[in-house]
Design a protein around this ligand. Structure first.
Ligand code: FAD
Ligand code: NAP
Length: 338
């Protein structure tokens, strides 16, 4: 039986370091403990928060329910051929430790996703991405336990309906499954993705960079512009990059010829949300007790460990001013609880 801890302080379990208390906290290490925790929440009629590393949530207030943190560990090679290895990884594993493990074992594909905080189980939820690689490019399938029935179901890559920072687990199946393991197809011979200028420029001096060099370059760039959550609480990008029509971009270009955009398909483009926030005058600014990061305006920080409500108040001000100036709506990336 897992241990249910009442009146549990969550401040150390969310990287924004928001002070908040949960009615109950329980750490689970396998599917049976997870089922017991779910049964408890159901019997007590309490809401659930499934927690990994807490690096993509905002606790607006105390959580009036059960926080279930996944602590399951394990990696297993489930198949192999001449070119690939299929590695099944437990949801509770730390994401960056997995990236390091794959590189140490000459398994490639995750190098651009180095140093992303959080757990393996959360990675598919928003289809984590960085430097031109999304985790959907590597996932072949995953296992998830249905909250209602306790039954474990396999999802193929296609059935996860991955999209830009999105999946079926944030849409039609929101709050219905707990991801318990993820299977990755990793290459035995590296095929590097150096499409992002910052990465290409950092590696420009190397003739034939290794995947380890790519990982080190990603770590170096990230450390130079992103605040370390252990020192300066944050949840990474606070907003998604908005996707708009080409026609809307043409209109914006007449006033802002230097607006930063990237093609999505023949009719849509992705705007850099950080650029919009910067041009709206928010870079380095402080309001409501929270701050806009000076090196990357897309990141909000919480240096004084203020309440989630205060961080959300700053986010709201930013959304309002970007909407007023550019006519573009910024959608928040982290999930807000309760
Ligand atoms: P949590 O914050 O614990 O949970 C996030 C959501 O997923 C919650 O709704 C939770 O209920 C749900 N969830 C978690 N685990 C499970 C599970 N096993 N089953 C079902 N639901 C689950 N993200 C990127 O995409 N790219 C980046 O480059 C990136 N860089 C970041 C840099 C910094 C400094 C920080 C602080 C964050 C960054 N992020 C980035 C955001 C974040 O790290 C990722 O979204 C990460 O996958 C969240 O993992 P977590 O375990 O902390 O999730
Ligand atoms: P950056 O390299 O300064 O780029 C700014 C924005 O432009 C990014 O949001 C990126 O979009 C986009 N971009 C840059 N080059 C691109 C290209 N060749 N094709 C398409 N889009 C391009 O960004 P950064 O802030 O330093 O972050 C670097 C990477 O880490 C990005 O991929 C970013 O998503 C990721 N990251 C994510 C988080 C998070 O919490 N979600 C936090 C930190 C960093 P994309 O964001 O779509 O890649």
């Amino acid at each position: 039986m897992p241990l249910f801890l009442p009146h549990f302080n969550l401040q150390k379990l969310n990287t924004l370091a928001v002070p908040a208390v949960a009615n109950f906290y329980v750490a689970v290490h396998d599917d049976d403990e997870l089922r017991e925790a779910l049964t408890f929440a159901c019997t007590e009629n309490l809401p659930l928060l499934v927690l990994g590393g807490g690096s993509n949530i905002v606790l607006r207030a105390d959580f009036p329910g059960v926080v279930i943190q996944l602590k399951s560990q394990g990696k297993e090679v489930v198949a192999e051929d001449e070119h690939f290895v299929w590695l099944k990884v437990a949801a509770g594993e730390n994401w960056h430790h997995l990236v390091e493990y794959t590189l140490d074992n000459a398994l490639y594909g995750l190098e651009n996703l180095s140093l992303i905080p959080g757990s393996v189980g959360a990675a598919p939820i928003q289809n984590i991405g960085a430097y031109g690689v999304e985790v959907k490019d590597l996932i072949t399938e995953l296992s998830a336990l249905e909250i209602r029935s306790g039954i474990v179901v396999n999802f193929t890559n296609e059935s996860c309906r991955f999209d830009y920072r999105d999946s079926i687990f944030k849409q039609a199946l929101k709050d219905q499954y707990v991801i318990t393991s993820v299977t990755f197809r990793l290459r035995k011979t590296a095929q590097l993705n150096l499409s992002y200028p910052a990465l290409r420029d950092t590696l420009a001096g190397l003739d034939n960079p290794s995947p380890q060099a790519v990982s080190e370059a990603v770590i170096g760039i990230r450390q130079s512009k992103l605040p370390d959550p252990a020192l300066t609480p944050n949840v990474g990008s606070f907003f998604k990059n908005p996707i708009i029509n080409l026609a809307q971009l043409q209109v914006l270009r007449t006033t802002y010829p230097d607006i930063v955009s990237y093609p999505v398909d023949t009719v849509r483009v992705k705007l850099a949300a950080g650029w919009l926030i910067d041009r709206a005058g928010w870079r380095g600014k402080e309001a409501a007790g929270a701050k806009v990061h000076a090196q990357q305006a897309l990141v909000l920080t919480n240096p004084d460990r203020a309440s989630g409500a205060r961080v959300l108040a700053l986010a709201e001000l930013i959304q309002q001013s970007v909407r007023a100036q550019f006519g573009v709506t910024l959608e928040m990336e982290p999930r807000v609880y309760p």
